[in-house]
Unconditional design. Structure first.
Length: 146
């Protein structure tokens, strides 16, 4: 049974030249995402350690990225649908990183709720549009992929 949240991407032959160019330009967004993960998660420099410890560190980091990206996807979707606000990946990760320790320390006290975190993302993570430039999200909608 197909997942109702996923959308099948049409074959490349159904796109004209301009659409293929726009689709190809989205490739850069993937590279930027990996660059952000590398810098935010401090993956650029790894100290010398035993293989087992490195694997634990790597798997822990990948789990943190998965949890963070899942939350950010939901948050970006929420603000896009509610107020047509686009959230910047980099800014959102910076917000989450700065509040991550507080969130973990006060999770049981519920001082920082998910709704307050969503409001922080809305306030500090908003993507600013360059004049005359489409965002990656705009291109996905334009190409009928999202």
């Amino acid at each position: 049974m197909p997942n109702p949240r996923t959308k099948e991407i049409p074959h490349l032959e159904s796109f004209d030249g301009q659409q293929v160019y726009e689709l190809y330009s989205l490739r850069w967004q993937i590279e930027l995402l990996f660059k952000v993960w590398k810098s935010v998660c401090d993956l650029a420099k790894v100290k010398k350690m035993k293989k087992e410890r490195f694997e634990c560190h790597l798997y822990g980091t990948l789990i943190a990225i998965l949890v963070t990206q899942t939350f950010l996807f939901q948050a970006r979707t929420y603000w896009q649908q509610k107020e047509e606000i686009q959230i910047s990946e980099r800014k959102a990760l910076d917000v989450l990183q700065s509040y991550w320790q507080q969130l973990l320390l006060h999770l049981s006290k519920e001082e920082i709720s998910l709704s307050s975190l969503l409001l922080l993302l809305r306030k500090h993570g908003r993507k600013h549009r360059r004049k005359g430039k489409e965002t990656a999200f705009d291109l996905l909608i334009k190409l009928d992929i999202y």
